[in-house]
Design a protein around this ligand. Structure first.
Ligand SMILES: [Zn+2]
Length: 108
């Protein structure tokens, strides 16, 4: 029983240290969390840590805006590739040959 208590306490302290680290994470780690959040659901503490970080870090807020702009641009391009006749109001205009090349590459 004593060893279980020690193990539990150790895990508890480990978790506290992990949370402390997340709350004090440098921008490089926060931007990794932000990027991963685009693809998967982050654990509660990691999500909380990066959202708190964004409250005071303008560089990471700018990173989020750039990431969102990139996502919008990629969706627009993907839409153009799916429907080559669609005329996107803003964004890169690709020739039909370029669209076909990209379409072929994306298939494989
Ligand atoms: Zn930051």
């Amino acid at each position: 029983m004593v060893s279980q208590y020690r193990l539990g306490k150790s895990q508890y302290l480990k978790r506290l240290l992990h949370i402390w680290h997340l709350l004090n994470a440098p921008c490089s780690e926060i931007t990794e969390s932000i990027s991963r959040a685009q693809e998967t659901e982050l654990p509660f503490w990691e999500r909380l840590a990066y959202k708190l970080h964004l409250l005071y870090c303008s560089a990471c807020r700018r990173y989020v805006r750039h990431l969102e702009a990139l996502r919008v641009a990629l969706r627009r391009i993907a839409g153009e590739l799916r429907d080559p006749s669609a005329d996107a109001p803003v964004g890169p205009k690709l020739s039909a040959a370029a669209r076909e090349r990209i379409r072929r590459e994306l298939r494989y």
